[in-house]
Design a protein around this ligand. Structure first.
Ligand code: ADP
Ligand code: MG
Length: 329
């Protein structure tokens, strides 16, 4: 779905594509994969605590955790003082305990020391491309929970096509550098910006624009809206949030990157078609109008009969319309 003609025109000029990891590249439907607790504490209990916390969050990661708890028939507990910290995670009081759930930045902000053994296990999971979230209970690192979000089947080929047409590809994510690296290497993406806080995403776009790039940005989340607006062309996934779709110029209804390849082809074909049509319109008029005005009359006695003239007008419009209609094919 292309919202305005200007973005269609611009699409063929794009030379840098910034893609949000979850917005495109992966399925965007993370699934709970592992729960590791420190000191052999009960895994289900830890999952119950963090799932209870996630009730208040709209993040796709929250959905994965809650689904995971449900599939183990765990009930969700009442929470107090819920807080969502953008780009970091969530905190609340559950069952009399202060629970924090999110990334390293969250634990750092709360002065919770990471546990060396958990860090090691977290890094192993990250290296396999999983997103790891850390759990703090009453000010201490208590475990990690990981989710995996498989790479979309269409991503690799679409990126290959875009690269082949000379577009530089950069992956942008709030997720950990190691996880980002693992996903990127499977897609042969060699440039990543990881650990980017939501409000910094648009600055990354700006930085590239200042270097002279024409930037398209693909995203799905609430967090991506300012970056989508900053980009020369903002592309939202049809499966993404309404706010992302509203800030974007183009929405990929099927939610995969193949749509960008198509949009570029459409853009190139449309611009070529517009140039041909301008030629048709000018050519008919450039020839027809002087003849109708009688420039040939003094030399050859030729005048354009009004019937022929109006026929030529129709032909001009018809060729433009028919040529434009070809685009549908
Ligand atoms: P992105 O949209 O690029 O995936 P976000 O900025 O939304 O990243 O989140 C960055 C990181 O913060 C996540 O990878 C996760 O570790 C943590 N995080 C954010 N929201 C939550 C949440 N609701 N629950 C747990 N962790 C979260
Ligand atoms: Mg996101």
């Amino acid at each position: 779905l292309i919202k305005n003609a200007a973005s269609l025109e611009f699409m063929e000029k794009i030379n840098l594509l910034v893609v949000d990891k979850t917005g495109t590249l992966t399925e965007g439907k993370p699934k709970l994969t592992s729960i590791i607790t420190s000191n052999n504490k009960d895994q289900d209990q830890l999952l119950q605590l963090v799932a209870s916390l996630e009730k208040g969050s709209e993040h796709p990661l929250a959905g994965a955790i809650i689904e995971g708890a449900k599939s183990k028939n765990l009930s969700l507990l009442a929470i107090e003082n819920f807080q969502s910290i953008t780009g970091k995670g969530v905190t609340a009081k559950v069952d009399g305990k202060e629970i924090a759930f999110g990334n390293s930045k969250l634990l750092e902000q709360l002065n919770i020391k990471e546990d060396a053994e958990l860090v090691k296990q977290a890094n192993d999971l990250r290296e396999s491309g999983q997103t790891v979230m850390l759990v703090g209970v009453d000010g201490k690192a208590a475990g990690i929970v990981s989710v995996s979000d498989p790479i979309k089947k269409t991503s690799k080929e679409a990126l290959h096509n875009l690269r082949a047409s000379g577009i530089r590809i950069v992956m942008l994510t709030g997720d950990n550098e190691k996880t980002a690296q693992a996903v990127a290497s499977q897609l042969e993406i060699d440039e990543i910006e990881a650990g980017v806080l939501p409000n910094r995403k648009s600055e990354v776009i700006k930085k590239f624009q200042e270097q002279g790039f024409k930037v398209a940005m693909v995203g799905d989340g609430i967090n991506d809206a300012p970056a989508l607006a900053q980009a020369n062309i903002g592309i939202a996934m049809g499966s993404g949030t309404d706010i992302a779709i509203n800030s974007a110029d183009i929405t990929l209804l099927k939610g995969d990157l193949t749509g960008i390849v198509k949009a570029r082809k459409l853009s190139q074909a449309t611009m070529k078609n517009i140039r041909q049509n301008l030629f048709f319109a000018f050519a008919y008029n450039a020839i027809g109008i002087p003849i109708a005005a009688g420039v040939l009359y003094p030399f050859f006695g030729i005048l354009l009969s009004p019937i022929i003239a109006s026929l030529a007008m129709i032909c001009s419009s018809l060729s433009v319309v028919l040529n434009a209609a070809r685009l549908k094919g």
